[in-house]
Design a protein around this ligand. Structure first.
Ligand SMILES: CCCCCCCCCCCCCC(=O)SCCNC(=O)CCNC(=O)[C@H](O)C(C)(C)COP(=O)(O)OP(=O)(O)OC[C@H]1O[C@@H](n2cnc3c(N)ncnc32)[C@H](O)[C@@H]1OP(=O)(O)O
Length: 152
């Protein structure tokens, strides 16, 4: 089975509620390559409802974009450097500096959500990623992230 980007985060940095393998309460979001783009799939539990039970609350939507975006920034950078994750070299890790979310329509509950990341540009430690979240009836939210590579 293909490893997810998050599987390469060192344990000591894997406590993120959204995607950390070491957080037993967390969502354990997993991100993968899909051609030139990145993809993650997630079905929120019913307790993450918005104003009505049929819709997902906005914080969950932003959280999925956030975690998939930083993982994608790392993946795009590895690829730009012609490197593989887990290659034994200096780890490439990112945090979110800025995340803009446009909520285009309510996000449906009870269906698998698909989060996609597309590289906009890399400029030194700064990586801009365009994000989208799709439900069963088209794109529900779009995001623009600036992720910053941590100094190692
Ligand atoms: C080895 C470590 C492993 C860690 C593993 C983590 C795994 C991931 C876990 C999963 C995580 C899940 C996701 C999460 O939840 S991540 C959690 C949420 N994010 C954070 O907590 C980040 C908090 N912020 C910081 O730590 C610092 O501010 C960072 C590190 C981001 C930058 O501080 P640093 O001192 O390093 O760099 P710098 O200040 O010189 O800035 C550098 C450049 O960036 C530009 N800039 C900065 N901010 C903004 C902005 N808002 N808009 C526009 N531009 C901005 C800045 O002008 C400069 O540009 P230039 O002058 O070079 O042109």
């Amino acid at each position: 089975m293909t490893a997810a980007f998050q599987d390469f985060y060192p344990d000591e940095f894997s406590h993120c509620y959204g995607c950390g393998s070491q957080n037993p309460q967390g969502h354990h979001l997993k991100s993968y390559w899909d051609g030139e783009e990145t993809i993650a799939r997630f079905t929120p539990d019913a307790k993450y409802s918005g104003g009505v039970p049929e819709h997902v609350y906005g914080g969950m939507v932003a959280s999925l974009l956030d975690c998939h975006g930083t993982a994608s920034a790392a993946a795009f950078t590895y690829r730009a450097l012609n490197r593989e994750m887990g290659d034994g070299g200096d780890p490439v890790r990112f945090v979110t500096a800025s995340l803009k979310v446009d909520f285009l329509k309510p996000t449906p509950m009870g269906v698998e959500l698909v989060v996609r990341g597309k590289l906009r540009s890399i400029d030194g430690r700064k990586v801009w990623v365009d994000l989208s979240l799709t439900g069963n009836d088209g794109i529900c939210a779009k995001g623009e992230m600036l992720a910053i590579r941590l100094r190692t």
